[in-house]
Ligand binder design. Structure first.
Ligand SMILES: [Fe+2]
Length: 243
């Protein structure tokens, strides 16, 4: 399967439009490292997830021909996407099983909490601020925190939600045994089932093509947890990263 040209062209045009955001100062390594450490301290299991989503995000951005500076900024944004989870109480964040609607509402605040943390630190990098705040938005406006729809949701966040979903469905979880090609096909089916409704169609098609060309394999395999799979809870199936 080759990467569809028309989709690639459209994504390239969109990314060119976002170049103006480079006029904001990039977040600095001195600002990034303590945040990454804080994320890791909050939940030591997120390390491999972080590495994978950073690599997928950079690869996708490179594939659509993003400027080097955008690739770097978007990679950092991917690493910080769930920064706001630092502010979510462990009893909710690490609760096994279903969340109540009130708990889910609290979880959703990780988007605005992460964004606020960055603003409070004086970060003005719009690529990073955008992705941290908007990575749970959906194309039809049913996402959170701002219910952005269509083009009002910028490219980085739109592409990242595809990657976050894919990784959630293809990594080792307490409730999932399969992580190989079967899980990847299931994840792509899930993305395709909600194409246009939730996910950017061009992004999904390009990402699916990268997978089918084998270009994601080294990330999926090399950085996935190889520890013995824990016991499975039969009632929990787990699909989209709705947390
Ligand atoms: Fe998130």
């Amino acid at each position: 399967m080759t990467i569809p040209d028309r989709d690639l062209r459209r994504l390239r045009e969109w990314q060119r439009e976002s170049v103006h955001r480079l006029h904001t100062d990039p977040i600095t390594p001195e600002q990034v490292w303590p945040l990454l450490r804080a994320i890791e301290e909050k939940d030591s299991t997120t390390g491999a997830h972080t590495w994978r989503v950073v690599l997928y995000t950079r690869l996708l951005a490179e594939t659509i021909g993003a400027d080097r500076d955008i690739v770097d900024r978007i990679g950092i944004a991917a690493a910080l996407h769930d920064l706001g989870k630092i502010d979510i109480p462990d009893r909710i964040l690490k609760k096994p099983g279903r969340l109540t609607s009130e708990e889910f509402r609290v979880i959703q605040t990780h988007t605005t909490a992460g964004h606020q943390r960055l603003v409070d630190m004086g970060v003005t990098d719009e690529v990073v601020l955008d992705l941290v705040r908007h990575h749970h938005e959906r194309l039809d406006g049913s996402g959170y925190p701002d219910g952005l729809s269509g083009d009002s949701c910028r490219l980085g966040a739109r592409l990242f939600s595809i990657i976050d979903t894919f990784d959630a469905m293809t990594s080792v979880r307490a409730y999932r045994a399969e992580v190989g090609p079967e899980a990847a096909e299931k994840a792509l089916d899930e993305l395709e089932a909600h194409i246009e409704e939730w996910y950017c169609p061009e992004g999904v098609r390009v990402f699916a093509a990268l997978y089918r060309e084998g270009k994601l394999d080294w990330i999926m395999q090399h950085f996935n947890d190889s520890a013995e799979t824990p016991s499975f809870s039969p009632e929990s199936t787990g699909s989209t990263p709705d947390r």
